[in-house]
Design a protein around this ligand. Structure first.
Ligand SMILES: C[S@@+](CC[C@H](N)C(=O)[O-])C[C@H]1O[C@@H](n2cnc3c(N)ncnc32)[C@H](O)[C@@H]1O
Length: 218
């Protein structure tokens, strides 16, 4: 696997936690992280799908019969995955031909991207007309009081969970990153892909799912 290009700030974080990522993810989501992915995958068309920021390939069991290409900039994450087709690259520079995917899926990645506009432009380019992008993301609950409570909880719970695997700094980053992006309705408006559906999941609705569609040819 060739190198992805210059490293970003989060690359060393994911390289460090790669081996323990899946276990801790299960514990911290109380076993729900695969259900959240599954609900998103249900919106993907059949055919060829790009798993953008695939990490260890944890979503593979829910893709069904689709042909999956796994892409991630962090080799340590990608190497752990069971998917045959792996590409070391960033979402901002996708090494694929125009209109070469029926769907793109991305779970728990968008907070880590260097440029969301560049990534959305690249996804638009590689999707066929009528193709779907499905994003599963973490943020804060939509209700402001619930968001305050959630912020307080994650400031204690996430570094404590990270300490269990000797990575409290990395999980402190996770806590801070939950405030990094606006809610999905705002985040995904004004781009070439059209926001079609948004739903909420998890405690107080801190997990969102979003479906964006590339316009079909007339
Ligand atoms: C929280 S993990 C999620 C992994 C996987 N999607 C899952 O559902 O478990 C975030 C992943 O995004 C990757 N990532 C970070 N920056 C990225 C970028 N610019 N383009 C693509 N992937 C990126 C990280 O290397 C990491 O594997």
């Amino acid at each position: 696997m060739p190198e992805a290009g210059p490293a970003t700030d989060t690359d060393p974080i994911f390289a460090k936690i790669a081996r323990r990522y899946d276990t801790l993810n299960k514990v911290m989501s109380f076993g729900q992280e695969q259900d959240w992915r599954r609900r998103g995958v249900a919106f993907l068309p059949p055919g060829r799908v790009l798993d953008l920021g695939s990490g260890t390939g944890a979503a593979l069991p829910v893709f069904g019969e689709r042909e999956v290409v796994a892409l991630d900039p962090v080799r340590e994450m990608l190497e752990l995955g069971p998917i045959d087709s792996k590409v070391v690259a960033y979402g901002e520079h996708l090494p694929f031909a125009d209109e070469s995917f029926d769907g793109v899926f991305s779970a728990y990645v968008f907070r880590n991207l260097t440029s969301i506009p560049d990534t959305l432009a690249e996804v638009h380019r590689v999707l066929r007309p009528g193709g779907h992008l499905v994003v599963i993301g973490l943020g804060r609950p939509p209700n402001p009081t619930a968001a305050k409570l959630h912020r307080l909880g994650s400031s204690v719970f996430l570094p404590a969970a990270g300490a269990l695997i000797g990575a409290s700094d990395e999980y402190r980053y996770l806590h801070r990153s939950l405030d990094k992006l606006p809610p999905p309705g705002e985040l995904f408006s004004g781009h070439a892909l059209t926001l079609d559906t948004v739903w909420r999941m998890g405690t107080l609705g801190f997990v969102y799912g979003a479906v964006l569609v590339k316009a079909d040819v007339a």
